[in-house]
Each structure stands twice: as C-alpha cells, then as structure tokens.
Design a binder for this molecule. Structure first.
Ligand SMILES: Cc1cc2nc3c(=O)[nH]c(=O)nc-3n(C[C@H](O)[C@H](O)[C@H](O)COP(=O)(O)OP(=O)(O)OC[C@H]3O[C@@H](n4cnc5c(N)ncnc54)[C@H](O)[C@@H]3O)c2cc1C
Length: 418
C-alpha cells in the first residue's frame, strides 16, 4: 500500500466496502476512510434483506396521496418534518415529478437487472470463508397482509414482479405459516418472492472488511473528511481532520452525507436522509423461518443468527436523530408478537436508527461526478443499499478500470438532475 492509493473511498458502509472489494480484486491499490461506521452508518442495523422483489421504485403513482394521509397520523410509517429547506423542496418537487406510471414502467426492468445481478454476486461473495457466519440465506421473503387493501397491494406487486420475469407466488394464511412458522397476528396471506434472500448486515460488513484487508485494502478509521482536494478540474485527494490524503481517484460513498462532501467540489446531487428504525430481540420465543414484510404496517421481520430484527418507518426530517415513540410503536408491536412475555417492555434505548440515502427517482447515483476528473459517486440506494451493494461495487470498478460495465449506466448518472 503506497501513500498515494489508486483509489480512495470515502465511506466504509456497505457501498464503500463493496466498491473497495471489487476495485481491489481488479488489482487497484485501495484505501477506505470513515469517521465512524458503528456510530453513523445505515449499513449496520438495517433489515439485511436482499430484495429483487423491490422492483417498483418509491416514486410511483398513488404514493403522494398515501403519504398525505399518513402525514396526519402520528403513528404512521412515513413523516416529513415541515421546515424551510430549499434542498428538501427541490427533492420533493423532483420526487413528485417521478410519481408516474411511465417512470415505474421504465424503472422496473432497470431495478430488476441491477438487483438480480447483485443477488448473483452475493452467491459468489458469500461462498468464501470470510462470510461463513454472516447468516446468508436464500429461502426467499414473504410480503404478508392483514387487510383486503394490502392484499390487493401485494397482488399488484406479485403481478408486476411476475410480468418482469421474477418468481412470485401468492399464499393463503396456511401457506405463509407453513413457510414462516412464526407469523404475526392477524395475517391472512402473502406473496412469496423466491429470489429474495437475507443476511446479517453487520456480519456482512465484517466479512467485507476481512476480505478487503486480505487483498491489501487500507482502512483509515475515525478520520472525518472535510473536503475534496481539486486542482485543474481533477481530484487529487481529500482533506481529513486537517491532513491531506493524496489519491489518484476518489469515490464518495458517504451515504446520506455524500452531498455535503460533493459540494466542496461544486457538485450538487439531490439526496435526502430518510431515517428508519430497527430493534433486535436476542432472546425470542419464536423465530420466523423466512423474512417477512407486513405490508399493512410497513414493518420488516428478519431472522438473524443472533435473534430477530424488526424495522421500518421513513422520516424525511434531515439529520434529526431524535426518536419518535409514536412511529416506533408499530415496530415494537410487531416485536411483541415474537416475545409476548416481555410485551410492552422494549425500551427506546434498544432502538437503532439510521439514515438511508434517498434519491428522488428511486434509482442510485453510480458513476463519474460531473465536471471533476477522477471523482466518482456511489450513493442514493435508499431502501436497497444492502441489496445493491455488490453490483454497485462491480459497476464502479468497471468504470474506474476502463472496462465496459455489464449494464447501461445512464439511469444512474450522478449528473442526471443537473
Ligand atoms: C431501518 C432500515 C432498514 C433497512 N433495510 C434494508 C434492507 O433490508 N435491505 C436493503 O437493501 N437496504 C436496507 N436499508 C437501506 C440500507 O441500509 C442503506 O441503503 C445502506 O446501508 C446505505 O449504505 P451506504 O454505504 O451508502 O451508507 P452508510 O452505511 O450510511 O455509510 C456511509 C458512511 O460514510 C461515513 N461518512 C459520512 N461522512 C463522512 C465524512 N465526512 N468523512 C468520513 N466518513 C464519512 C459514515 O460514517 C458512514 O459509515 C435499510 C435502512 C434502514 C434505515
């Protein structure tokens, strides 16, 4: 490892580490700088679901109307903190513009190809020893419902997925129970997505770090990147804690914080932090056989090697780290089903929160930053950062080493909203 790596990656979350892995496999000399993965990264406490089933982007018809209804309910899974913020206003305007049937139709094959390639890469990556304890499991995922309305929503997803060539099967309550064993109260049926999978996200991060280090990647922990160093329209490193770290190329994979770093080079991308919560019960009475998403409450349930994780909510409240007890209640209610004897006693201290990096069109930003040579961007994966980590890493490694990427990169261009 030289003092001037070929590639310096800002951000050691799942996107930064996957990028480091593929770049190092291509023979690049790589360093990863992060100010504190375990304090800040969305990549640690998330639900760990690998979801080719999520081919419909968040920006879709009906989402605005549903969101407006939810805004009036303090316990709803969605919230926007009202504030005068021109970046949020622009993001919402762009989001609204993409809530069309045309956008969904265009995005479905893009997200399908991206996530299926990523899923195949998971099979390859997790076959190696570093990931032996990561709990990678390919038994699928069930979207379950209680109400008729959510049964229809799930049916729409199943039809859309099947039309796109994915494997989706409707199940009645007995079918859900036969697969999942431990089912949340009141579930009447669901849809099984066989190509979905799941993994313990923190252990996956550990495996990535182990393999990267074996390949010679250097991790610079606890260093805060203040700005990019640009000369003659070209990036030549970063300033971290007042010190210059030189590099031939830089990738900004700093999750929800990416825009503030890019702005130091005059690059602007529309991205908002979208906060979510999770709680992990280590000593559950019941453990589901497959992960589930309860469509009615938008709560995820993931069996992990050390327990069961429940997650959900999406709050557009900037980097406000406070926790909303009302909105967390639906997550805790789902957890109570699995540990009834301690029902109502899970404390707010046990709740984890993280900021998803959300783009306005539901597609990630992957590629060269506009106007600055050798500067790359990898963020905006929203609710699918784990799912899309491996393919993001491989596509960026392709671009950086001059190989032809396997997918059309134009939908992911970081400059597409300029
Ligand atoms: C509740 C919840 C559940 C989720 N469930 C799933 C799921 O089931 N499946 C799925 O695919 N996705 C899921 N996600 C989304 C997924 O977690 C994110 O998309 C993904 O973790 C984003 O990864 P990242 O590497 O881009 O960002 P992060 O993991 O946030 O990493 C960014 C890193 O950059 C570092 N950083 C930032 N600024 C600086 C700086 N100036 N200097 C140095 N370092 C810096 C931070 O310390 C951080 O470690 C979920 C998210 C949440 C919140």
């Amino acid at each position: 490892m030289s003092d001037r790596p070929d590639l310096l990656i800002i951000g050691g979350g799942v996107i930064g580490r996957c990028t480091a892995l593929f770049a190092a496999h291509r023979g690049l000399d790589v360093a990863v700088v992060d100010r504190g993965v375990h304090e800040e990264s969305a990549s640690t406490g998330n639900a760990g679901m690998i979801v080719p089933s999520h081919i419909v982007p968040l920006a879709a018809p009906g989402v605005i109307a549903q969101g407006m209804k939810w805004l009036t309910r303090p316990d709803s899974p969605f919230f926007i903190k009202p504030r005068a913020d021109r970046r949020l206003a622009r993001w919402l305007w762009l989001f609204k513009r993409h809530c069309t049937a045309d956008h969904v139709q265009r995005s479905v094959p893009i997200l399908r190809d991206l996530s299926l390639e990523s899923r195949a890469l998971f099979d390859r990556i997790c076959g190696a020893g570093h990931y032996a304890d990561a709990g990678y499991c390919t038994d699928g995922l069930i979207m379950v419902h209680r109400s008729q309305k959510c049964a229809r929503d799930n049916e729409y997803l199943a039809e859309t997925a099947a039309a796109a060539g994915l494997d989706a099967e409707s199940l009645d309550a007995a079918g859900v129970e036969a697969l999942a064993g431990a089912v949340p109260t009141g579930v009447r049926g669901g849809v099984l997505f066989r190509q979905d999978a799941h993994i313990d996200p923190e252990r996956f991060l550990g495996g990535l770090r182990g393999e990267c280090e074996e390949l010679g990647v250097r991790f610079i922990d606890g260093a805060n990147v203040e700005k990019l160093s640009i000369h003659d329209g070209r990036v030549d490193g970063v300033i971290a804690d007042g010190e210059r770290l030189a590099a031939d190329a830089v990738t900004v994979a700093a999750g929800a914080w990416t825009p503030e770093i890019l702005r130091t080079a005059g690059v602007d991308i529309p991205l908002q932090p979208a906060k979510g919560y999770s709680v992990t019960l280590g000593d559950c009475d019941r453990t589901p056989g497959v992960p589930m998403i309860v469509t009615d409450d938008k709560v995820t349930i993931t069996p992990l090697p050390d327990g069961v994780r429940f997650g959900g909510t999406l709050e557009l409240a900037g980097f406000d780290a406070s926790r909303s007890e009302h909105r967390i209640r639906a997550i805790l209610a789902a957890a109570d089903d699995y540990r009834p004897e301690t029902s109502g006693t899970t404390s707010m201290d046990e709740v984890w929160s993280g900021f998803r990096p959300a783009s306005p069109d539901g597609l990630p930003f992957i590629g060269p930053a506009p106007g600055v040579e050798n500067l790359y961007v990898a963020t905006g994966h929203g609710m699918m950062g784990v799912t899309l980590g491996p393919i993001t890493g491989r596509l960026l490694a392709d671009l950086i080493t001059g190989e032809a990427p396997s997918l059309d990169m134009s939908p992911f261009e970081p400059g597409r909203f300029s």
